[in-house]
Design a protein. Structure first.
Length: 145
């Protein structure tokens, strides 16, 4: 299974925001530069995260983004669903099958999808920050503005 590149940027952005002071605001430009992505593209991703109350923004010259909730309450699943949506991975496309219950392939995929969601909902952003290598933490601190 492959997620969109936007999900990768969203996860990295959220880990970065969780690794700095909760009172700090970070502009879209430094967040984009950190990941070598355009500010326009990252702004669209941040808008999706804000709609799901994962980040909050403050406008203006000294404005920027920060986590909207504590890092221990934001999961990988929250971020992935904010970017990718909540649609099923697979739906039955057999002509003549009128009930979803009749599609064995979809039933099996739903079981796997539920297991994946369960796993991803158990990983918090705080957990990732706590597991970061010291060299990565130093790198992130150097890029804090």
């Amino acid at each position: 299974m492959k997620y969109a590149q936007a999900t990768n940027y969203a996860l990295h952005t959220m880990v970065y925001l969780a690794s700095i002071s909760p009172d700090s605001l970070v502009g879209v430009r430094p967040l984009a530069e950190l990941q070598s992505v355009s500010t326009t593209y990252l702004s669209k991703i941040l808008t999706k995260l804000a709609k799901e109350d994962l980040v909050s923004s403050s406008p203006g010259v000294n404005g920027g983004y920060r986590l909207a909730r504590s890092a221990d309450s934001i999961t990988f699943l929250d971020i992935i669903e904010a970017v990718e949506g909540r649609q099923a991975i697979l739906t039955c496309q057999l002509a003549g099958v009128e009930k979803e219950e009749a599609c064995v392939i979809q039933q099996k995929m739903e079981i796997g999808e539920q297991q994946l969601k369960s796993y991803l909902s158990g990983i918090t952003i705080l957990e990732i920050v706590e597991e970061l290598d010291e060299s990565v933490k130093s790198f992130l601190l150097k890029h804090q503005r």
